[in-house]
Design a protein around this ligand. Structure first.
Ligand code: SGN
Ligand code: CA
Length: 519
């Protein structure tokens, strides 16, 4: 029954609404982008984001909270999404790496619990868990990573290719669902953007957005990786490993419309119409011609590649920011913002040239960290700063807590509702986090590792190679000086190893997960 209410049902609806309000049954909108680094959200204040601001995403922080120390459990798409859905570490939800055959959709998840408690649930955009979504009344997902131009969307009944730019289409479908949902029920909606995932193709209207902007080169761009075995052996270096055509949109000569190396042309230019392809090459022509006419040293080419990478990566974020703006405007115009909890996050962080890298996976700050902004009027004070250590396994229990739903015992995360409501971290809140990355051998060759982070220190074990790393983040925020084995660090190393073992016991990590070879 929608909108045709009789007097009797009106009264009933009002009563239900009142009961729901006292029970705190907010609507929830979860906006999840893909590979969005905190360095590229202006609310976090990084110099890069000052040149490419995100005013709409920042609205969530301004009207609500920003989390300063939020991290993922396993810095890669499928596993992070699985942790968000289940509130559990990878070894418990079974999705260890993107190589997993499928997410076990029969297990308990946040949308399923909400559904059982009367919520209408919907998912639009990137899913990336291979099996069909469960727990969603409505879903419309991209095929695997999805395409930037004219992408396919899969539903229960069919697969349809839509004309348009992926971020804009996801926004349109999200707004359409909001307009047609069952407004007798509270809702849980996930809007999962593809952007700013590789290969960073901006919307046409944003091709030129940052072409004249020079972004600050990170201090560690030409890192020598001394004392860090795994860092020295990765394959995610901007100037060594990026594909010049696919990633950097470089062409093979002056006025050429032929890309340099692009291993997957079907998934990039292949989904554009001939007109879109033409406008794409035209937009990059001036800069690509300059590259072929101005002589450059190897070092200058490495710097040029950094600029091209950032210009494109950040331009794809502009469309995401516009999408968030449209959604917030819609919520405000309809009054839905009053009782809707809005979250903005990304499946993991990302390197924007730190250590010379793109991609993620490592337990170093840029990829271990995840942006987290949260707005819920009357419950979260505008401008709240959360400093406590939080993690993606906490999202599900926190949301259940806000909805006054009991948190199942087997959920491993903790509700951080108190932290965000008060802006203070209680004494008894955790002071360390557990991390575990499995995907090796794999794309980008990042060695498997687990580790512990406290407010000051980080201890990482690359267990296949038996290499340890220890960082004092207070004195070495860039994580360049591996202190492991250095004189004077014996005591802190012993303490951290002890605490790490305790975390592995608490989270019930099976012994075979602490050795290489697990699949
Ligand atoms: C693709 C990317 C990789 C990326 C993985 C995982 N290559 O394979 O660079 O690490 O996805 O990313 S691409 O050129 O095909 O985009 S994740 O965010 O989905 O985990
Ligand atoms: Ca990702």
């Amino acid at each position: 029954m929608k909108r045709n209410l009789t007097i009797g049902t009106l009264a009933l609806t009002a009563l239900t609404a009142m009961a729901q309000q006292t029970e705190h049954r907010p609507n929830i909108i979860f906006i999840l982008s893909d590979d969005h680094a905190t360095q590229a959200i202006s609310a976090y204040g990084h110099p890069i984001s000052e040149l490419a601001p995100t005013p709409n995403i920042d609205r969530i922080a301004r009207d609500g909270a920003i989390f300063r120390n939020n991290y993922c459990a396993n810095s890669i798409s499928g596993p992070s999404r699985a942790s968000i859905l289940t509130g559990k570490h990878s070894h418990k939800n079974g999705f260890l790496a993107n190589w997993n055959s499928a997410f076990d959709g029969s297990q308990q998840t946040l949308p399923k619990i909400l559904q059982e408690h009367g919520y209408e649930t919907a998912l639009i955009g990137k899913w990336h868990l291979i099996s069909k979504p469960t727990g969603f009344d409505h879903w419309m997902i991209l095929n695997d990573q999805g395409d930037y131009y004219n992408p396919d969307f899969i539903t229960e009944s069919d697969t349809v290719q839509y004309a348009g730019y992926v971020t804009d289409l996801i926004t349109t479908f999200t707004k359409q669902w909001l307009q047609t949902r069952d407004d007798d029920k509270p809702f849980f909606l996930m809007m999962n953007h593809k952007a700013p995932h590789r290969n960073w193709v901006p919307a046409e209207r944003h091709y030129h957005l940052y072409e004249d902007v020079t972004f600050p080169l990170p201090e560690s761009y030409f890192d020598d990786y001394e004392g860090r075995f795994a860092a020295a052996h990765q394959e995610m270096n901007i100037y060594r490993d990026m594909y010049e055509g696919h990633d950097l949109k470089m062409v093979n000569g002056v006025d050429s419309d032929s890309l340099l190396y692009d291993p997957w042309p079907h998934a990039f230019l292949g989904t554009m119409t001939p007109g879109e392809q033409q406008r794409f090459f035209a937009a990059y022509r001036k800069r690509n011609n300059a590259f072929h006419t101005i002589p450059m040293t190897e070092k200058e080419i490495a710097q040029w590649k950094y600029q091209r990478y950032l210009q494109d990566y950040l331009a794809t974020i502009r469309a995401v920011d516009e999408s968030v703006g449209q959604l917030l405007d819609y919520l405000e115009a309809t009054g839905l913002d009053e009782n809707t909890l809005i979250i903005y996050s990304s499946d993991q962080g990302f390197y924007l040239g730190e250590h010379g890298w793109f991609d993620k996976r490592f337990m170093y700050e840029e990829s271990f960290g995840m942006p987290l902004l949260m707005q819920y009027k009357e419950h979260i004070q505008p401008g709240t700063q959360v400093e406590g250590l939080t993690q993606n396994i906490d999202f599900a229990p926190t949301l259940l807590d806000f909805c006054s739903i009991d948190i199942p015992e087997d959920i491993q995360g903790e509700s951080f509702r108190k932290l965000v409501e008060t802006g203070r971290t209680p004494e008894e809140w955790r002071n360390s986090l557990y991390y575990h990355y499995y995907e090796y051998p794999g794309f980008h060759s990042v060695r498997a590792h687990y580790g512990i982070k406290t407010t000051r220190y980080k201890l990482i074990h690359f267990y296949g190679e038996q290499k340890w790393e220890l960082y004092d983040q207070q004195n070495d925020p860039l994580e360049i000086n591996n202190l492991y084995g250095e004189k004077g660090t014996e005591q802190i190393t012993r303490q951290l190893k002890h605490e790490l073992k305790k975390l592995q016991a608490t989270y019930d990590v099976p012994p075979d997960h602490l050795q290489p070879g697990i699949k």
